[in-house]
Design a protein around this ligand. Structure first.
Ligand code: KG4
Ligand code: ZN
Length: 366
C-alpha cells in the first residue's frame, strides 16, 4: 500500500509517499525557517499563509519524486493535531479535498505518533539498512513543541502511554530561547549543537533541572531563566570560545536530564529497546550520551537519521499507513486540535509534583 502523507502542523510544509512497510519513496520538506527567522520564532499567521502557497506544489513534487501518478496512491494520511490551528487547517482541508476528489481513504494522524514511529522509516540511501526496534520500547520525544517519555507497545494511539513530560518548556524551545538570548539566530538547536562541539561544558557548569531520583518529568524553563540572568549580569559572551563554553554547559544540562530520565523510564518499564525521536534527537551530544548510557545498561538504542527526526511527512504517511492497512478510515468531518490525542500524565505548570510515578508500571496499568 502506498500512502501520501501531508504535514503542515508548524513551520514545515511537507509531503511524502511511503509504503506500509516504512519504505520511503519520496520525502519533500519545504522549510519556512527563513520566513520566521527575523522574528526569532514561528509566527502562526505567516506559517498558515506560507503553507497555502506551498502545499499543492509540495504534494505534486512528492508524487513526481516517487514516480507515481494519482492512480498509484492507495490512501492519504494528514497531520490533524497537535499544532497551530491555522497551519493544521491548510493541510487537512487539502487532504480532505484530494481524498474526496480522488475517492481515496483518508486518516488523520497525531503528529506525536508520527515522531514516535519515525524510527521505522526505511530509506534506500541507508546502507547497510538501519536495524529496527521491536515493541515494546521506551521513546524519548524531544522537539520544539513537546518533550515527553512514552512507553510504546504498538503503533495505535491506545498502545502509546506517556510516562512523564515537561512541566513547562519543551527541550527544543529551550535550545531556541537560549540561542536567541545569546544572539545566535533561529532555530537555535542546530547552532548550539555546532558551537557546543567546540566548547568545554566544565567551564560553565549548570545545575541539573528536576533531578529528583524518582521523577520522569522535565523542566527547562528554570534553565532558560538561569541563562538569561547570566547574560543580563555578564553580557553576551564576547569571544567564540566563551560562546562555545556557554552552549556546551547548557547543552550538557539538557542532554543529561533527557538521557537520565529516559534510562530511568526504560528500567522501570523493563523494556530492551530505547528510541529517540523529534527534532532534538538530531542533537549529536544527545545521540552520543544516549548510546553510551544504553550500552552501559545493556539496552539497544535506535535513533532515526536526521531527516526522520525533524518534521517531515514520511513519518505521518507511515503512521497513517498503519491505520489504513487495518481498514481504518476517518470521515471528512474530523477537526484539527492544538493538543495531542495521546494520554498525558504530567500537568503543566507549578504545584506539587505528584506525577513522578505516573500510573504505576505498565503491568499495573493493564
Ligand atoms: O520535531 P521538530 O522539527 O518540530 C517540532 O515538532 O517542534 O523540532 C524542532 C526543534 C527546534 O526547537 C530545533 O531547535 C530543535 O528541534 N533541533 C535541535 C537540533 N536540531 C533541531 N535541537 C538540538 N540540537 C539539534 N541538532
Ligand atoms: Zn514535530
Amino acid at each position: 500500500m502506498l500512502v501520501l502523507g501531508i504535514e503542515t502542523s508548524c513551520d514545515e510544509t511537507a509531503a511524502a509517499v511511503v509504503d506500509d512497510g516504512g519504505w520511503v519513496r519520496s520525502d519533500v520538506v519545504r522549510s519556512q525557517v527563513a520566513l520566521h527567522a527575523p522574528y526569532g520564532g514561528v509566527v502562526p499567521e505567516l506559517a498558515s499563509r506560507d503553507h497555502m502557497r506551498g502545499v499543492t506544489l509540495v504534494i505534486a513534487e512528492a508524487l513526481r519524486r516517487a514516480g507515481i501518478g494519482w492512480e498509484g496512491v492507495d490512501g492519504i494520511a494528514v497531520t490533524a493535531r497537535p499544532g497551530l490551528s491555522g497551519a493544521l487547517l491548510v493541510g487537512t482541508q487539502v487532504a480532505k479535498g484530494l481524498a474526496w476528489a480522488r475517492d481515496l481513504p483518508l486518516v488523520a494522524v497525531d503528529h506525536l505518533v508520527g515522531h514516535l514511529l519515525a524510527v521505522f522509516l526505511r530509506r534506500a540511501s541507508e546502507q547497510p539498512p538501519l536495524p529496527l526496534p521491536s515493541y515494546p520500547f521506551v521513546a524519548l520525544l524531544a522537539s520544539g513543541g513537546h518533550t515527553a517519555i512514552y512507553r510504546v507497545d504498538g503503533p495505535a494511539l491506545g498502545s502509546i502511554h506517556e510516562l512523564g513530560a515537561t512541566r513547562d518548556d519543551a527541550a527544543g524551545e529551550a535550545f531556541d530561547k537560549v540561542a536567541k538570548a545569546i544572539g545566535l539566530g533561529y532555530p537555535g538547536g542546530p547552532i548550539v549543537d555546532r558551537l557546543a562541539a567546540k566548547g568545554d561544558a566544565s567551564q560553565f557548569p549548570i545545575p541539573l533541572p528536576m533531578a529528583r531520583a524518582d521523577s520522569l518529568e522535565f523542566s527547562f524553563s528554570g534553565l532558560k531563566s538561569q541563562m538569561a540572568r547570566y547574560i543580563a549580569e555578564h553580557g553576551r559572551p564576547e569571544t567564540e570560545a566563551d560562546t562555545a563554553n556557554l552552549c556546551a554547559g547548557f547543552q550538557r544540562a539538557v542532554v543529561t536530564s533527557l538521557v537520565s530520565k529516559t534510562m530511568r523510564a526504560a528500567r522501570r518499564e523493563n523494556v530492551r529497546s530505547v528510541v529517540l525521536s523529534g527534532g532534538v534527537a538530531a542533537n549529536r551530544e544527545l545521540r552520543r550520551a544516549a548510546a553510551l548510557a544504553c550500552e552501559q545498561a545493556g539496552l539497544a538504542l535506535f535513533v532515526p537519521p536526521f531527516a526522520s527526526c525533524t518534521d517531515n511527512a514520511a513519518m505521518i504517511a507511515y503512521a497513517g499507513a498503519q491505520r489504513l492497512v487495518r481498514g481504518e478510515r476517518d470521515d471528512l468531518g474530523f477537526s484539527v486540535a492544538t493538543r495531542t490525542a495521546l494520554t498525558r500524565v504530567t500537568r503543566k505548570g507549578g504545584g506539587p509534583r505528584t506525577a513522578h510515578l505516573p500510573g504505576g508500571t505498565a503491568a499495573e496499568r493493564k
